[in-house]
Design a protein. Structure first.
Length: 156
């Protein structure tokens, strides 16, 4: 929302979801009769907000939805059952898109985790490689006391 000087809200910028239009204004903005709006509400195609006294209040988003309904019925020739189905499919598509977005974010985090683990694995491999000592088998098969073997170790 836009703000003017002094922190006051600029009335030219209104939240698109906030119910601000009475039924007569919404009907005029959507180029339809108020009774048509009531019928769409009864069918569940539109759900206006209600004032504390129960007056229907339509948002800018509601008006846009009403215009879409008008477009689908008047211009495309779709019946209201078809409009309902289109809205259902759009909602389903929206849910699926949000799920795909969430899965893509998760996949990206997993790719980052894998890259981090690869780096750690490489560090461990280098550390283990540095600690490896070449093994030379004994030259004879005679038994050597442990204390002698311990004295022969190069790192002691």
């Amino acid at each position: 929302m836009g703000l003017r000087r002094g922190g006051r809200q600029d009335s030219s910028s209104v939240d698109a979801e906030r119910g601000v239009f009475m039924i007569s204004v919404a009907a005029e903005l959507a180029d339809m009769h108020p009774q048509t709006l009531r019928m769409y509400e009864a069918r569940g195609l539109i759900e206006p907000k209600r004032s504390p006294k129960g007056t229907r209040l339509y948002s800018q988003a509601d008006v846009e939805r009403l215009r879409r309904i008008q477009e689908m019925t008047a211009e495309i020739g779709m019946n209201l059952a078809g409009v309902e189905r289109v809205f259902e499919l759009e909602e389903q598509l929206g849910r699926m898109q949000r799920r795909v977005d969430a899965l893509e974010r998760r996949a990206q985090r997993l790719v980052q985790d894998i890259a981090e683990l690869e780096g750690i694995r490489e560090e461990v491999r280098e550390e283990v490689k540095a600690e490896l000592v070449r093994y030379e088998p004994p030259r004879s098969l005679e038994l050597v006391p442990v204390r002698v073997v311990r004295r022969r170790r190069p790192d002691s």
